[in-house]
Design a protein around this ligand. Structure first.
Ligand code: HEM
Length: 166
């Protein structure tokens, strides 16, 4: 059963009536969905760089880790700003507890991305073990935030834009 399926509750009925259509979109394509792939991919690329550096001690992986962690942070901030706009502007998104669960997990992820970038910019010797541990935690939070984001779309039908085209 879906989490919003209790149609007997007047509170849930009121929430279900509210609009959940994405507002930050270009030509019917929601921008949050387009941007979240970048932090997801770069967080995993940072973790990969750290593991390869640990395994090979090749400084090449220090450089890829610095670039990947910076891109993860910048991509996360960009996706987060768009997600925050959706959260605050769309009444049906704002009203759902699940939206706030995703937002909190995502903000913690973005903070970890910033920390991970800052740590290695400050001192490359901190990559092992501090950077690696932060990368592992960031990967866990990516899964957590992505899972809850997916639930918003697939369980709650949030952010969908149904085209009138055939
Ligand atoms: C301040 C941070 C964020 C807020 C407030 C936020 C909010 C939202 C909202 C309202 C949705 C529902 C769909 C929509 O309206 O576009 C959503 C979906 C989603 N979010 Fe976020 N988001 C944030 C950051 C992130 C980040 C950093 C990631 C990367 C892990 C992420 C991953 C997803 C995914 C995978 C979905 C489902 C697919 C989609 O529609 O894009 N979000 N988010």
């Amino acid at each position: 059963m879906s989490e919003t399926g209790d149609s007997s509750s007047p509170v849930l009925q009121k929430i279900a009536e509210q609009d959940v259509t994405s507002t930050v979109a270009v030509a019917g394509h929601p921008l949050h969905a387009m941007t979240v792939h970048f932090p997801i991919a770069f967080v995993i690329a940072t973790l990969g760089s750290d593991v390869f550096f640990w395994w090979s001690a090749d400084p090449f992986w220090v450089r890829t880790g610095i670039w990947a962690s910076g891109a993860a942070f910048i991509g996360g901030v960009a996706a987060g700003l768009i997600g925050t706009a959706e959260l605050l502007l769309v009444p049906g998104i704002r009203a759902r507890v699940a939206s706030w669960t995703h937002a909190v997990a995502a903000m913690m992820l973005i903070a970890l991305c910033g920390l991970n970038w800052g740590v290695r910019l400050a001192d490359e010797n901190l990559i092992l073990p501090n950077g690696l541990l932060i990368s592992m935690l960031a990967a866990v939070f990516t899964g957590f935030a992505g899972w809850h984001g997916g639930k918003l779309v697939f369980d709650h039908g949030v952010g969908l834009m149904i085209s009138e085209k055939e």
